[in-house]
Design a binder for this molecule. Structure first.
Ligand code: SAM
Length: 209
């Protein structure tokens, strides 16, 4: 990890993602979370203030020490106890079937192997547990997609490995989930923001045997 990714990207992503529009989306993806929750790519803890009362604990999976430090104030004022678990989502030490929900927001774009991370999410979830996701990625419009492919190499370098062209719902399905809820839209911001601004909000479960 270079100096830029380690010292600058966590502050930049926090500044970009800490806004009222995204906060409204966070409120929705966190609604109905319950029990013991694991969050993949915890970042600076921007989802904490949206956790509903039935959440008992949150285990944060986050490789960036700076993000973890930046989240300190939010963590200490949170009503939900937060502990830092594994550093990478692709390999979790948590026991199989041990958590009630997995939350992931704006991180499947960045994890090195999103299908492996999602498969781990499926493994640690109890059989009726749910994956709650809010992610950006490959837009449906050809013109926007062309820009996403053009911009992606630069985006990856500047934004800590963030991809613009990941088809998140397909990856969720590829990891063995069934989608119960799926909505998608462009974040308001005009044409220029579209390559970054196509988002999905979803909820998925593993098929019952
Ligand atoms: C764009 S930030 C999003 C942070 C937060 N989820 C939010 O919504 O504000 C992406 C986060 O994924 C983390 N990340 C990168 N690779 C990861 C991995 N393999 N496993 C878990 N988290 C990872 C980054 O350190 C960063 O905090």
């Amino acid at each position: 990890m270079g100096w830029w990714t380690e010292r600058v990207v966590p502050r930049l992503t926090h500044a970009t993602l800490d806004n009222p529009v995204v906060a409204g989306y966070r409120e929705r993806v966190c609604a109905d979370l319950t029990g013991d929750v694991v969050e993949l790519g915890f970042g600076t803890g921007l989802n904490l203030r949206h956790l509903p009362a039935p959440v008992r604990s949150l285990t944060a999976v986050e490789p960036s020490d700076l993000s973890w430090q930046l989240s300190e104030r939010t963590r200490t004022t949170s009503t939900v106890p937060v502990t830092r678990g594994d550093l990478t989502a692709e390999s979790l030490a948590l026991p199989t079937g041990s958590v009630d929900a997995v939350l992931v927001t704006f991180s499947l774009c960045t994890v090195a192997d999103p299908v492996a991370a999602l498969a781990e999410a499926g493994r640690v979830l109890r059989p009726d547990g749910a994956l709650h996701f809010l992610e950006h990625g490959l837009a449906p419009d050809e013109r926007v997609r062309r820009w996403q492919h053009r911009l992606e190499p630069l985006q990856r370098r500047l934004a800590g490995g963030c991809h613009l062209t990941r088809p998140i719902p397909d990856l969720v399905r590829a990891a063995g989930f069934d989608l119960d809820v799926l909505e998608s839209w462009y974040v308001p911001g005009g044409s220029v923001s579209k390559p970054w601004g196509y988002v999905w909000l979803g909820r998925a479960k593993r098929p019952t045997a």
